[in-house]
Design a protein around this ligand. Structure first.
Ligand code: UD1
Ligand code: UDP
Length: 352
């Protein structure tokens, strides 16, 4: 079969890596990179480090208002799909690149798979929530990472097209853990095992309002350990534009490659984040995670007692709550194993 994988943002490259490897054992894969993320450290470095083939098409869409960005992706992806005539389209996650990819498949009547289907935050102010709902209702095959995701799909009458596969990031993360032991990043920043927090922030509701972001950084400045903060370009732009003060215990660094990031995760004391993927990786590594949001799609990590939700806009004494959070002893495998192999077996079974 000829399969087109569509990616555009950092977490999608990480998800693509193991799937692409498995797909290529049986099929011809064409990669479309929308160019939604474009800095070297947000894009190219992942292709190089994770051994993903260069994209066959880079649409170079870059930034823009959501309508404009998605609209330009639709036009360009449609052109490629008409030219390539694939048998199947694969989209990942919940970004604007996901939305554009799945809509093109649906309009051109090309079967599509949505990887990471069924997640819901039930917060429709998040652009990702709209993207996920549309992707699930326009894709033909839905690969759900968790039982909660399966339940959500059932509630939306999508069970007949859903498959419980586990989470593809388990495979990405597993192959990175061993290789991350060669990373130099811990020494480069003179870090000690358990001696620092790892922070990431990029959700619009945490970073786009400069006053909220300044308040959060000030609060984190009261933590009793150093904080390493690989900064997302969205957040960097806001900090620079508004000249925000960075507390002394926070070390800002550029976004790092996947192996360095996994090394930082493995040695930190706790993870502080509003990322989706990082909550899962924290759980896989058995690291206490504090999610700086009011809700999460990865509810199992909270239910198991490894992830604490703190909404920075309403919560008081954030630093104290972060310091006192101790996870449960209880731990269960939530996200599955050998997920990419399972996904490709399902694809092969459907199209046999
Ligand atoms: C996007 C996704 C989000 C995902 C995140 C992963 C949407 C709606 N959002 O958010 O779901 O969690 O990626 O990181 O699809 N920028 C750069 N260089 C880059 C990338 C971005 O400077 O390489 C700047 C852009 O110019 C833009 C801002 O960062 O101003 C935000 O980028 P964008 O892709 O629109 O959204 P993200 O916040 O990255
Ligand atoms: N990540 C990385 N380098 C960094 C920050 C994050 O490699 O500097 C990885 C992280 O391990 C996770 C993914 O990027 O696998 C998460 O991406 P992001 O937080 O941008 O997006 P989300 O998962 O929230 O959509």
């Amino acid at each position: 079969m000829k399969i087109i994988s569509i990616v555009g943002a950092r977490p999608q490259f990480i998800k693509l890596a193991p799937l692409s490897k498995e797909l290529r054992k049986y099929h011809t894969e064409i990669i479309i990179h929308t160019g939604q993320h474009f800095d070297k450290e947000m894009s190219e470095s992942f292709f190089v480090e994770l051994g993903i083939s260069d994209p066959n098409y880079n649409l170079d869409i870059n930034s823009g208002l959501h309508g404009e960005q998605t609209g330009r992706m639709l036009i360009e992806i449609e052109n490629v799909v008409i030219k390539e005539k694939p048998d199947l389209i694969v989209v990942f996650g919940d970004t604007n690149s996901t939305l554009a990819g799945t809509l093109v498949g649906s309009k051109l009547n090309i079967p599509s798979v949505h990887i990471e289907a069924g997640l819901r935050s039930f917060n429709k102010t998040m652009p990702e929530e709209i993207n996920r709902i549309v992707a699930d209702h326009t894709s033909d095959y839905l690969f759900a990472p968790t039982l909660t995701a399966m339940k959500n799909l059932e509630l939306e009458n999508l069970l007949s097209s859903s498959f419980f596969t586990g989470d593809i990031m388990v495979d990405s993360h597993k192959s990175a853990v061993e290789r991350s032991k060669d990373s130099k990043i811990i020494d480069e920043h003179s870090l000690t095992n358990g001696g620092y927090y790892l922070l990431t922030l990029h959700r619009p509701y945490n970073v786009d309002n400069s006053k909220n972001l300044a308040d959060l950084l000030k609060e984190l400045g009261e933590l009793n350990k150093r904080i390493i903060f690989p900064i997302h370009p969205r957040t960097k732009n806001i900090i620079e534009k508004h000249n925000l003060i960075i507390p002394e215990n926070i070390t800002l660094i550029k976004p790092v490659g996947y192996l360095d990031f996994v090394a930082l995760q493995s040695s930190c004391h706790k993870i502080l984040t509003d990322s989706g993927g990082i909550q899962k990786e924290a759980y896989i590594l058995k690291k206490p995670c504090i999610t700086l949001r009011s809700e999460t799609e990865w509810v199992e990590t909270v239910q198991m007692g490894w992830n604490l939700l703190l909404n920075p806009n309403t919560e008081k004494n954030i630093a104290r709550k972060i310091e006192s959070f101790i996870p449960n002893d209880h731990y269960e495998l939530i996200f599955g194993q050998n997920v990419s192999q399972k996904m490709v077996e399902i694809i092969n079974g459907i199209f046999n």
